[in-house]
Design a protein around this ligand. Structure first.
Ligand code: CMP
Length: 137
């Protein structure tokens, strides 16, 4: 799996740090293949995060992700899913390794700046969601 999705969330977009996050991707050897900004409808947000539907934070997550623009970034790298998750850091910015995207830009477990696909299967599904094509190989 060479390609995966990074989604820059509304907190990071409204803070004006899209460019700094893209810079970190390139500095760490990721090739940016495609970029698309969009505003999720509730229905799209619920589908994007459907694996979390039964979790207690699901409603808050959908409210947050629909509050503003998000930016989907298709990136390419050897072992892309694992390498991107390393660069992104732990879900909770307080627990994220210093220097990771969430440690630098995240505010809380919910407003944690970015999402990265957690497996090759999720990457395939989530890239398709943003870019309407199967970009795995
Ligand atoms: P993300 O990688 O986008 O995947 C699901 C998101 O749910 C996660 O990042 C968090 O931002 C959000 N979330 C909110 N509350 C929690 C929680 N208690 N545990 C895990 N994820 C949470």
């Amino acid at each position: 799996m060479k390609r995966t999705l990074l989604m820059i969330k509304p907190d990071a977009v409204s803070k004006g740090v899209i460019g700094r996050i893209l810079f970190m991707l390139e500095e760490n050897g990721f090739k940016i293949v495609a970029i698309r900004s969009k505003r999720f409808s509730r229905n799209e947000a619920e589908r994007f995060y459907e694996v979390h539907r039964e979790r207690p934070f699901f409603e808050d997550l959908v409210n947050f992700i629909t509050e503003g623009t998000v930016v989907g970034v298709m990136v390419e790298h050897e072992d892309a899913v694992r390498r991107l998750r390393d660069l992104v850091g732990a879900t909770d910015p307080k627990e994220a390794r210093p220097g990771t995207i969430r440690a630098i830009f995240g505010e809380s477990i919910e407003r944690n700046a970015v999402h990265a696909s957690d497996s090759p299967e999720s990457a395939r599904r989530e890239l398709n969601f943003f870019f309407h094509e199967d970009s795995s190989d």
